[in-house]
Design a protein around this ligand. Structure first.
Ligand code: NAD
Length: 324
């Protein structure tokens, strides 16, 4: 391991505090300080971890090599730009920005400054996704079905459910399918927050795969599942239960309601437990050290945002039609 790297966290609200805790305990890394516009919040987290607190994040930038930007999404573009201009490597929470233009500017700036820009699509590090990748079972999905339904929480209400929740599945789908999206259909509804709270989208890919994604922040019970249908297997990831079920055509036949069908063999993948945030930040630090490219690059963040922008445009057109 090289020199000890100094890390900072900008925005230590709900999620940023966890980022700060992870850096504080990470080998080869020293938490150099935290920044939050809310001085009381910054002070509380700084005291908990025994580091300096500042209100203006600019004061932190000369003290650190890398930062996590965990401020509300609307502010990501301006904060990340300032960090990159100061020569600091950045891990920005998802969604990387609100607009595609902002995202493009950040990617170009990171390239010019030769700094790592990683985007916080944390589900890539989820134990179920890690287990699926390690199994070698992921082939060429023909159909993907995602549900990300969450009970209401007073968080992230500055953006709609597509930018807040659906983007997790969009990033995973793009990662799994590795083909170009050729068509997007979507519908959604504003129910209680003045922004879209429930959304359904259908993505069609150049290779013929179809993905159906449902997201809600008004669910009675949480449900976070993805089903991947391939010609050789159906794979079901349950993000809440942390399980991966695999159903494959087995030898022989079975009789289902009097009908003879190919037998199905069911198995569960081993899913070693991990701490996805810790893995994500370790991976970011590894990228900063030049050990590997960022696992979720600025371009990956852009690709997810591009699809999500198309989904939001479709929903907007749909709701406008309804209002007319
Ligand atoms: P939050 O409101 O709890 O915390 C944000 C903090 O940033 C607040 O304390 C606020 O005072 C501070 N802040 C705002 N502007 C600032 C600035 N210019 N400089 C310094 N501090 C500033 O929000 P949260 O729920 O922690 O979400 C933050 C980000 O993390 C959002 O982009 C959200 O989408 C993302 N997020 C990602 C996941 C995930 O699963 N990866 C989960 C939750 C949140």
């Amino acid at each position: 391991m090289g020199n000890v790297l100094a890390a900072g966290v900008i925005g230590v609200g709900y999620l940023g505090r966890f980022h700060a805790q992870k850096y504080a305990r990470m080998p080869g890394v020293r938490l150099g300080g935290v920044a939050d516009l809310n001085p009381e919040r910054a002070r509380r987290v700084a005291e908990e971890l025994g580091v300096a607190a500042v209100a203006d994040f600019q004061a932190l930038l000369s003290e650190v090599d890398l930062v996590s930007v965990v401020t509300p999404t609307q502010s990501h573009a301006a904060v990340v730009e300032a960090c990159l201009l100061a020569g600091v490597h950045v891990m920005v929470e998802k969604p990387m920005t609100v607009t595609l233009e902002e995202a493009r500017t950040l990617i170009e700036l990171a390239e010019r400054q030769q700094r790592v820009l990683q985007v916080g699509h944390i589900k890539r590090f989820h134990p179920t996704v890690r287990a699926l990748q390690a199994s070698g079972l992921l082939g060429e999905p023909r159909f993907i079905e995602c549900h990300r339904l969450a009970p209401f929480k007073n968080r992230a209400l500055d953006v709609d459910v597509v930018l807040d929740l659906m983007i997790h599945d969009v990033d995973l789908i793009l990662h799994f399918v590795r083909s170009r999206v050729v068509d997007v259909e979507a519908v959604g509804a504003e129910v209680v927050t003045g922004r879209v709270d429930i959304a359904h989208a259908r993505l069609k890919f150049a290779n013929g795969c179809i993905a159906h994604v449902a997201a809600s922040r008004l669910a009675h019970e949480a449900r976070r599942q993805t089903r991947i249908f391939q010609t050789d297997a159906m794979i079901e990831l349950d993000f809440s239960e942390q399980t991966v079920m695999v159903r494959r055509r087995g030898p022989g036949e079975m009789v289902l309601d009097g009908v003879r069908l190919p037998a199905i063999v069911e198995s569960r993948l081993p899913v070693p437990r991990n701490d996805p945030l810790e893995e994500e930040l370790r991976s970011f630090v590894g990228a900063v050290r030049g050990e590997h490219p960022p696992e979720v690059s600025g371009s990956d963040g852009y690709a997810a945002l591009e699809v999500v922008t198309a989904i939001r445009r479709e929903i907007d057109a749909f709701t406008r039609d309804i209002r007319v």
